[in-house]
Design a binder for this molecule. Structure first.
Ligand code: F6R
Length: 608
């Protein structure tokens, strides 16, 4: 995810900005840049790729200035490139921005009609133009930022420089973290404490709608209408390495807890509940995948589990036949692909060699190709006709968590979109499903509050050397994903079966040494699963259940039961998988394993 740092004070800001950016690098980025106010103008240097490229550029073309802003960018609007890197400049302004401006297309058209021309593909540049227009009318820096942001819809953390105000930064926040770190005769703005902890341990965490006017010796905060607001200065006790993980002991746990926010981000601007419609990028719409004879989804690992869920969802709601394959199998089994087929490649990294090879095969046979991907402009999106970007931000923990749930969010939206286009569901059904999805992030938060309860359960399972995961229908891919998470980071054997398949073989394994993790919330297959569990119970098996809240019948058969709220079936996988991620995490932690870098695993598998 992008990172922001700003400085105003007596020192040269350039080294402070660079060291702040290096502290933000752990978040992942594809370009970086800084800008400073100097002698009535703004100087700016940006570079594509690693921070070292920016540092190298500054060696050959140095600059200095006492007020400055810096940014590490992780592309969302527009490819990773120097021209799309931040700071984005226009007129007397330079700005850095995290987040997504939802109405940027409308704003861009409006500004174009007034003669504005743009040099980048970013939504951020639009904001710089908007601020500049507002400034022309007022000559008030903070006032212009306020006026411009009243026109903006979406999420942002923004820090701006104005060459007419060389001793001032203006920072604004809406739904993206931003703080002001208070120093001795100097102040900082940052998206993340890690960027500023070396300089200050006193921070003001801005709230949505706040605009901060930051000078070396003062910080004045108002709301968007200019009304003064009070914010407390808080003392920070974290050490720097903890701050990078935002206080979590591992990236994986941090990423598990980030999921409600990442689902909100992935849904942002794409759900039109009132109309019962899903709003997709024009490129995706133009593919008309809903008219395809058949959809083929290909992926590896966790992304393959998301693909399996996609099959259930698309077939159930849109009534389009869907085949799902593991990429390494698909590419060598001489699959039948025709130009009437739609092909969907799912990949967090966008670089997985097998998935990429399958995509190229589908291309040779003339299929229409959609990528579902997290990393912008990586190989798979570049080779696809269109890409649905998950907005999980960089995933650092090797065991995938937030990439999976955002892939699931993407597939859910696609299923509803195809279903509406084919008239396979009516407007009222789509409205109901979209409303249910809107509530997912809060419901996820409530599941995550159960983390200690899951840890206590994990404590009792420490001696197990094998696990069986069971689920039916939408919960079978979740069972597979739970077993994979457990294997990856605990190194304990686990396998998953569709609950109804248990009596065809695996039931022979059941005894009191094999914990059976079953996902069985109330849905149309609930009664069937309950009978399967009676079979486990009758053979002395230990059952750990994920159950609908207040489901006493099932809770009674379980050694431990984890509740999810009574909700639409489409919502249940988002909640049940969190328990399985937490269970794997806590077991691995109690076993003392290296959770973020489990043995033998790599984050991006670019070899066959
Ligand atoms: C599991 C995991 C892997 C990846 C797989 C595909 O936690 O991370 O199984 O899901 O290697 O990677 P992507 O999605 O990058 O293609």
């Amino acid at each position: 995810m992008c990172g922001i740092i700003g400085y105003v004070g007596p020192r040269d800001s350039v080294p402070i900005l660079l060291s702040g950016l290096s502290r933000l690098a752990y978040r992942g980025y594809d370009s970086a840049g800084i800008a400073v106010c100097h002698e009535g103008d703004i100087d700016c240097r940006r570079a594509h790729g690693k921070l070292e490229n920016l540092i190298e550029r500054l060696k050959h073309d140095p600059m200095r200035g006492r007020t400055g802003i810096g940014h590490t960018r992780w592309a969302t609007h527009g490819r990773p490139s120097e021209s799309n890197a931040h700071p984005q400049r226009f007129g007397k302004f330079a700005i850095v921005h995290n987040g997504i401006i939802e109405n940027f297309l409308d704003l861009r058209e409006e500004l174009r009609a007034h003669g504005h021309e743009f040099v980048s593909e970013t939504d951020t540049e639009i904001v710089a133009h908007l601020i500049s227009d507002c400034y022309d009318a007022t000559h008030d820096f903070a006032g212009a930022v306020r006026m411009a942001l009243r026109r903006v819809r979406g999420s942002y953390a923004i820090v701006a420089l104005c060459s007419d105000f060389p001793d001032e930064l203006v920072a604004a926040r809406n739904q993206c973290p931003l703080l002001v770190a208070v120093g001795e005769g100097e102040n900082f703005a940052a998206s993340d404490l890690a960027a500023v902890l070396a300089h200050s341990r006193q921070a003001i965490f801005l709230e949505d709608g706040d605009i901060a006017q930051i000078r070396a010796s003062s910080v004045v905060i108002t709301d968007l209408s200019g009304e003064h607001v009070e914010r407390k200065i808080q003392s920070i006790e974290w050490d720097i390495s903890a701050a990078e993980k935002q206080g979590y002991p591992h990236y994986m746990l941090k990423e598990i807890h980030e999921q409600p926010q990442k689902i909100t981000d992935t849904f942002r601007g794409r759900m039109l509940e009132a109309e019962g419609e899903v709003n997709l990028d024009e490129n995706i719409e133009k593919l008309h995948l809903e008219t395809c004879r058949r959809l083929q989804i290909v992926a590896c690992g966790t992304s393959y589990h998301a693909a399996l869920l996609g099959k259930y969802l698309i077939e159930q709601y849109a009534r389009i036949p869907v085949d799902v394959d593991v990429a390494s199998e698909y590419r060598y089994r001489q699959p039948i692909i025709t130009p009437d087929d739609g092909f969907i490649a799912i990949s967090q990294s966008g670089e997985t060699a097998d998935t990429y090879a399958c995509l190229k095969l589908a291309r040779q046979h003339g299929a229409k190709i959609l990528a579902i991907c997290n990393v912008m402009d990586s190989s798979i999106p570049r080779a696809a006709d269109a890409t649905f970007y998950t907005r999980a931000d960089p995933e650092i923990g090797v065991a995938s968590t937030k990439a999976f749930t955002t892939q699931l969010a993407s597939l859910t939206l696609l299923a509803i979109h195809f279903a509406r286009r084919k008239n396979a569901i009516d407007v009222a059904t789509a409205q109901r499903l979209l409303r249910a999805l809107r509530a997912v992030p809060q419901q996820m938060e409530r599941v995550l509050e159960q983390s200690d309860h899951v840890r206590a359960c994990a404590q009792k399972l420490l001696r197990a050397n094998s696990f069986l995961f069971l689920g039916r229908n939408l919960h079978y891919p979740i069972a597979l994903e739970g077993a994979l998470k457990l294997k990856e980071i605990t190194y304990i054997h686990a396998e998953a079966y569709p609950s109804g398949e248990m009596k065809h073989g695996p039931i022979a394994l059941i005894d009191d040494r094999l914990p059976v993790i079953v996902i069985a919330p109330k849905n149309p297959t609930y009664e069937k699963t309950l009978s399967n569990l009676q079979e486990v119970k009758a053979r002395g098996g230990r059952i750990i259940g994920i159950v609908t809240q207040d489901d006493d019948r099932l809770t009674r058969v379980c050694e431990s039961a984890f509740p999810i709220e009574d909700c639409e079936e489409i919502v249940q996988p988002f909640l049940s998988v969190l328990y399985l991620q937490l269970l794997a995490y806590h077991l691995a932690d109690l076993l003392g394993n290296d959770i973020d870098q489990p043995r033998n695993l790599a984050k991006s598998v670019t070899v066959e």
